[in-house]
Design a binder for this molecule. Structure first.
Ligand SMILES: [Cu+2]
Length: 432
């Protein structure tokens, strides 16, 4: 079945042919089962644990043993309804069904952020409702940038941050493993990446201080704590400091979401792993003009579902990238700056800025004093504009939504997207 067939089915009377849809979306129901055994973590993609046709468990890849297991799911984006996945609740439910079909229920589920798409109360409600059906002891969360838009995470913290510190970070122990949830989607700096901040780093140093080096550590956060692809914002500015605190431990696993695909890296004693989204895939780093929801033809799906087995390693290994889904033909280089500044579409009239492919076009807009500038979001992910000097800010702008600001003083006004701080622009206001 190709992509067009899916879309035809989606045009049926009831709007959605869920069975056809879920079958084509072979990544639907993704999550990672982690089995800890003697301090060694091993991962199994939920998609690999079940035969795609019958939904039965594939016994060949079942974990043989393990006294303790948990499941990671990520990036549910409840509220998203564009072509890449018109029913994100159905694909989340498919993941939960696979969790519930496991022979042994996981001790808990970790959700590594982007629970919602627009931080709306009804989106959080739907997520909570779906997760109530998961057969597991507890669900732990960390915030994604989509969960903190508009209110700097206030609502998220009220719902999910009851026993957390600061902006929502915390730690807990389970079966001899120390788990640390970190928040790197708040107070993002213009032109920067994910950010932990000094307060959280101090807390982390303190939290780890009394742990012996033989304690297995699992760190989880939304944005990757390693530089996956900084040009797309896929990294964390001050992660090196956090990783320095983790160096002395024999076994460290870092679990992230945000990039909607599986990538793994082993660096010394630290294993990094990013999870797929329960909602939609994103392109491999550098293989498209920008990140964002990707509609996937059925034939391409296998390349997205890489093997997700990871073994802990001991001792100091040199940096190794394993299981990379990068196409050999694509260049991982950062897109050139001139491409960014020119943008993809000419503005329709003086004062218009298009937000497209995670860029402001034009990147620098020159207008006369008194001009009303209007930004319009042409992406199918939300963006939010904020002035570097806090002179203006927009509400969260979903697809095709606009925000206007009239500039009465001359000068250069720098701004960025508070959700994707690598997106920067300038309004240059000149006297008439
Ligand atoms: Cu943005």
């Amino acid at each position: 079945m190709d992509n067009r067939t899916i879309l035809d089915n989606l045009g049926n009377r009831d709007g959605i042919d869920r069975r056809g849809f879920l079958k084509c979306m072979a990544w639907a129901g993704t999550g990672v089962l982690w089995v800890m055994n003697g301090g060694i973590a091993r991962s199994y993609g939920l998609s690999q644990l079940f035969s795609p046709d019958r939904g039965t468990m594939n016994k060949d890849v079942l974990p043989a043993s393990g006294d303790f297991s948990f499941v990671q799911i990520s990036d549910s984006h409840i509220g998203f309804n564009k072509a890449a996945n018109p029913d994100v609740t159905a694909t989340l439910n498919a993941a939960i069904a696979k969790i519930n079909a496991l022979r042994k229920s996981p001790s808990f589920v970790l959700h590594t952020g982007d629970l919602s798409h627009l931080s709306r109360p009804d989106e959080f409600d739907s997520l909570d409702q779906a997760l109530r059906d998961a057969k597991t002891g507890q669900v732990f969360f960390v915030a994604g940038e989509h969960d903190v838009v508009g209110d700097n995470g206030k609502q998220y913290l009220e719902r999910y941050g009851k026993r957390t510190k600061g902006n929502g970070w915390y730690s807990f122990d389970a079966a001899g493993v120390h788990f640390v949830g970190l928040v790197n989607v708040l107070d993002l700096k213009p032109g920067g990446l994910g950010n932990l901040g000094s307060g959280q780093l101090e807390w982390l140093a303190d939290d780890l201080r009394d742990k012996t080096a033989s304690t297995p550590i699992v760190v989880f956060a939304h944005v990757p704590l390693w530089s996956v692809f900084p040009a797309w914002g896929w990294g964390t500015d001050d992660a090196a400091q956090a990783l320095a605190y983790l160096k002395r431990f024999g076994s460290v696993t870092v679990l992230n979401g945000h990039i909607h695909q599986t990538l793994q890296k082993i660096e010394g004693n630290i294993t990094f792993h990013t999870a797929m989204s329960t909602a939609f895939p994103q392109p491999a780093p550098g293989s498209a003009p920008s990140p964002g929801p990707m509609s996937v033809p059925a034939g391409k799906l296998r390349s997205l579902l890489g093997l997700t087995s990871v073994n802990f390693r001991e001792g100091n290994h040199s940096l190794a990238l394993i299981d990379s889904p990068l196409d050999p033909g694509t260049s991982p280089e950062q897109p050139k700056d001139d491409r960014r500044s020119q943008g993809d579409a000419a503005p329709r009239r003086e004062g218009d800025v298009d937000i497209m492919n995670f860029r402001f076009a034009p990147r620098t807009l020159t207008v006369a004093v008194g001009t009303k500038v209007t930004w319009t979001n042409r992406d199918d992910v939300p963006h939010a504009i904020v002035s570097v000097d806090k002179k203006f800010s927009s509400p969260v702008l979903d697809t095709d939504e606009s925000f206007s600001q009239t500039f009465m003083d001359s000068g250069a006004f720098d701004y960025y997207c508070s959700m994707h701080p690598q997106m920067t622009g300038t309004i240059l206001v000149v006297a008439r």
